[in-house]
Design a protein around this ligand. Structure first.
Ligand code: SF4
Length: 165
């Protein structure tokens, strides 16, 4: 059994091969430009807007704010690339927080594009994220999945060199 975390959920939403690589701790090169840009943006955005990098159990929240009696947890992304995966990642965090007795709302932030997308955990989304966690457990027990050829997705992926070169 692996400990499914938000990064695995994000990876699985992007590409099953990526999730398998992450789960098997085969990480992309650290000098990947996309990763470096993402880290820089994360460090310099939303200063003094709340508490950044809050780690609880196996979740790591980019930004936590209290507004009008509500807890808002945000995921900061550098571009609209893989926003569906980022949304699933945030839903996973909201579900984990709920299990810990914290009712929170989510916000996806793309500062470069001035995007703020609310994310709410519904019963259907909760079920879908639970099923996704089960699917990831099965995936990592199997062989590495084939390359999912998508020029658009692959060219933005940190594993591009690993898969394509
Ligand atoms: S490069 Fe493409 S096939 Fe390889 S892990 Fe990334 S998205 Fe998947």
């Amino acid at each position: 059994m692996i400990d499914v975390n938000g990064y695995l959920i994000l990876s699985y939403s992007n590409c099953h091969r990526e999730a398998w690589l992450v789960a098997h701790r085969i990480f992309p090169e650290n000098d990947n430009t996309n990763l470096a840009l993402g880290r820089l943006l994360h460090e310099t955005s939303y200063e003094n807007k709340g508490e950044k990098d809050v780690a609880i159990d196996n979740i790591k929240l980019d930004l936590v704010q209290e507004k009008n009696g509500k807890t808002i947890v945000s995921e900061i992304k550098k571009s609209k690339y893989s926003l569906d995966g980022a949304r699933d990642q945030l839903l996973f965090y909201l579900r984990r927080l709920k299990e810990m007795g914290v009712e929170a709302e989510g916000l996806l932030l793309v500062p470069k594009e001035r995007k703020r997308i609310p994310v709410i955990l519904t019963a259907e989304e909760e079920k879908r994220i639970r099923e996704m966690s089960d699917e990831i457990q099965k995936l990592v027990d199997g062989p590495i999945p084939p390359i999912e050829r998508s020029q658009n997705r692959c060219k933005n992926c940190a594993y591009y060199t690993y898969c394509w070169v």
